[in-house]
Every structure is written in C-alpha cells, then in structure tokens.
Design a protein around this ligand. Structure first.
Ligand code: ZN
Length: 162
C-alpha cells in the first residue's frame, strides 16, 4: 500500500485497548499505576463521583509492574493536590492529555508534610479531641515512606493508610 495507511485498530491486547481509550480523551488526565483497590478512594477524594464532567475508574487492570492496578480517567484538566496524592499512593503517575496527546507525565513525590487532609487514628491523639488543631503528618523516613503524626508520633506508611 503506497500513500495510504490503514488506521491502526490494535490487536486486542489490553495495553493497546488502553491506549485507544486514552486517545478518546481530548483534554484531561489519566491517573495511572494506582495500587489495585485504592482507585475508588482516590476517585471519591477527587470528588469525581459528583463531578459534572465525564470520568471513569477502571479497576484491576493488568500491569507488568505490579500485577494489577487501577486507573482513573478524567475528561477535564482538574486541579489536584499532588502532595496529598503522593501521600495516598507514591507510585501513581498522572498523564496530562491535551488535544488527545500526552503532553506531560507527573510522577509523585513524598511530601515533606501533609496537613488537614487525614485524621490521626490514635484515639488518644490530641487532634482527636481538640478540633482546632489541624492533623499534620511529617515525613520521618523518606526511603521507607514513613510519616509520623506531629502530635503523638504515631507512624503511618505512605500508600498504606487510606
Ligand atoms: Zn496523632
């Protein structure tokens, strides 16, 4: 065939189907490599279950790296607090889609501190009773992804708390 190329329809492998779906987003985000099972919590945290624009959550997608993963697609460029997202799941990668092309890949970093988003689970923590105190978690071990409550030193694992 000269001068004309048939459009690629993909051979039906999951990866190609995924790429096909990504291309149906004109301007938006694909939140990839979410730990399997955490997708719904992130979906809710982002308010996508109540958002007026199109979005979808795909669960238990086959992943070479981790076996299974969740993916969230948003047909809109939304503002995300990436420091919180990095705390929820540091392995996430966010693809920014503009005009149906991936223009940017954002990888998560562990934030130095996370404040006012999660509550300390220690029932004796002062943040549980004194509600004017904002629960704050400080990065204690960057390699292990460990955080500690600023007030009671309870340890939390990034990616393991929510
Ligand atoms: Zn605490």
């Amino acid at each position: 065939m000269i001068g004309e190329r048939a459009p690629s329809t993909g051979s039906g492998t999951p990866k190609e189907i995924l790429m096909l779906n990504v291309n149906t987003i004109k301007n938006g985000l694909v939140i990839d490599h979410i730990r399997a099972g955490a997708g719904w919590k992130i979906y809710q945290w982002l308010g996508l279950d109540k958002a007026p624009f199109t979005s979808c959550l795909i669960q238990n997608v086959h992943s070479e790296k981790s076996g299974k993963k969740d993916i969230i697609k948003v047909d809109n460029i939304i503002n995300i607090d990436y420091s919180v997202l990095g705390f929820i799941d540091p392995d996430i990668c966010v693809n920014v889609i503009e005009n149906e092309k991936i223009v940017r890949k954002i990888t998560m970093e562990l934030p130095a501190k996370v404040s006012g988003v999660f509550n300390c689970k220690n029932p004796r923590c002062i943040t549980q009773t004194e509600h004017y105190i904002t629960p704050t978690f400080i990065l204690a071990d960057k390699v292990k992804g460990l955080y500690k409550c600023e007030y009671c030193d309870t340890l939390y694992q990034a990616g393991g708390n929510v």
